[in-house]
Write a protein that binds this ligand. Structure first.
Ligand code: APR
Ligand code: ZN
Ligand code: ZN
Length: 361
């Protein structure tokens, strides 16, 4: 029997989101229904409602979630009723050219539920990132459910489903930060702070946080940054070089998504160092760099999409580290809110007042 639940829906570009009745079908082959326990508010949800992702309104928002598997489709074997799971937007296919080459984190054919959730009048909803978890229940592909240790709190665990994984993965997967490396992170919001935490976990010796907001720098320091630079008042390239014996950092992670901060990242890294772009630029942005510097400075210029994560590998491992007290995910939960407070949370996120607001269901 299809179920009726409450969900946060964006009906039209720029219109405030509203809680509406959502119809969740029974899971078909390869699908699962998850009872959502917590779902973080991410910039991408706001981008959807602003029409910045695509025009497939109405959207069912929410995609940083954890919950419990409630129903599975007939052929589903890898998750079972009652499993505590983090939802992912990288359910790999196992068959595309990336998967076949043993690089499933670059899968070109990731899976979502085949059926659509709808409004009560039958209008099909587009779930954000194929998840749609600002709802008491959501329908996903079974592969989007990654089982983790149920001892973790849903609010903390859910954050690994998107932004925090993106930041940690930018450091440990894409940047390959290792013991003794010097690392700089430019932009210390939720994603940049997660990069700080990831770099610390990987053994960074010197960890320099760069932001234009002193409040953000204070948080980054509390999460493990060893040095902070306010790039609104100090040249960050000079500052990072000064802090690294005049050379620059081994790995610089750009978590803003702007040409000027990318340029800072490019010049704040050591020769043969690595730049990781995890901030998401907008389509009109352009980058100009002397090609001779790109060539002459060597190293690697990489981008990090979802932290190059493989959910089945990374989520359980990071939850285990969290439960050992080595990864403070709770620090990212600035506030917990109800389903009807998402619109207000967008405003606080926009003002930079929170790392993450998390809807508790
Ligand atoms: N230089 C340094 N820091 C900056 C600058 C700048 N020119 N402009 C903004 N910042 C800082 C802000 O002060 C804030 O701390 O960057 C941080 C951005 O953080 P959030 O707005 O909280 O965004 P976050 O969720 O961390 O995402 C960062 O990654 O996933 C993408 O779409 C996301 O592009 C965004 C980026
Ligand atoms: Zn694939
Ligand atoms: Zn997100």
């Amino acid at each position: 029997m299809p179920q009726h639940v409450h969900g946060v829906v964006a009906r039209a570009k720029g219109e405030p989101v509203r809680v509406e009745t959502v119809v969740v079908p029974d899971p078909g082959p390869g699908e699962a229904v998850v009872r959502v326990q917590a779902c973080g508010v991410c910039h991408t949800d706001l981008h959807y409602r602003e029409g910045g992702i695509n025009d497939d309104f109405p959207f069912l928002l929410g995609h940083e979630a954890a919950g419990v598997v409630e129903q599975v489709g007939p052929d589903v074997t890898d998750v079972a009723l009652g499993d505590f799971v983090i939802l992912n937007w990288r359910a790999v296919c196992g068959r595309c050219r990336a998967c076949r080459r043993g690089r499933p984190q670059y899968c070109f054919d990731t899976r979502n539920a085949r059926q659509r959730m709808t409004l009560i009048d039958g209008t099909e909803l587009s779930p954000a990132l194929g998840i749609g978890a600002f709802a008491e229940k959501t329908l996903v592909a079974a592969g989007q459910c990654t089982k983790v240790d149920p001892a973790a709190s849903p609010a903390a665990a859910g954050l690994l489903g998107c932004g925090v994984m993106a930041g940690i993965g930018a450091a440990i997967n894409t940047g390959g930060v290792g013991r003794g490396d010097t690392v700089a992170v430019i932009g210390c919001g939720g994603v940049g702070d997660a990069a700080v935490v990831g770099a610390r976990l990987a053994g960074a010796a010197k960890l320099i946080a760069v932001d234009i907001d002193d409040r953000k720098l204070a948080t980054a320091r509390s999460l493990g940054a060893t040095h902070t630079v306010n790039s609104g008042t100090t040249d960050p390239v000079e500052a990072v070089r000064d802090l690294t014996g005049g050379f620059g950092a081994d790995v610089v992670i750009e978590a803003v998504g702007r040409p000027e901060t990318y340029r800072q990242a490019f010049y704040a890294r050591d020769l043969a160092g690595t730049v990781v772009l995890v901030g998401v630029p907008t389509p009109e942005m352009r980058l100009e760099l002397p090609l001779l510097d790109v060539f002459g400075r060597g190293g690697a210029l990489k981008s990090s999409w979802y932290g190059d994560c493989l959910p089945s590998r990374d989520f359980p491992m990071l939850i285990d580290l969290h439960l050992q007290g080595r990864l403070d995910l709770d620090a990212f939960v600035s506030e917990t809110i109800a389903l009807d407070e998402v619109e207000d949370a967008f405003a606080r996120m926009h003002k930079g007042d929170v790392l993450r607001s998390v809807v508790i269901l």
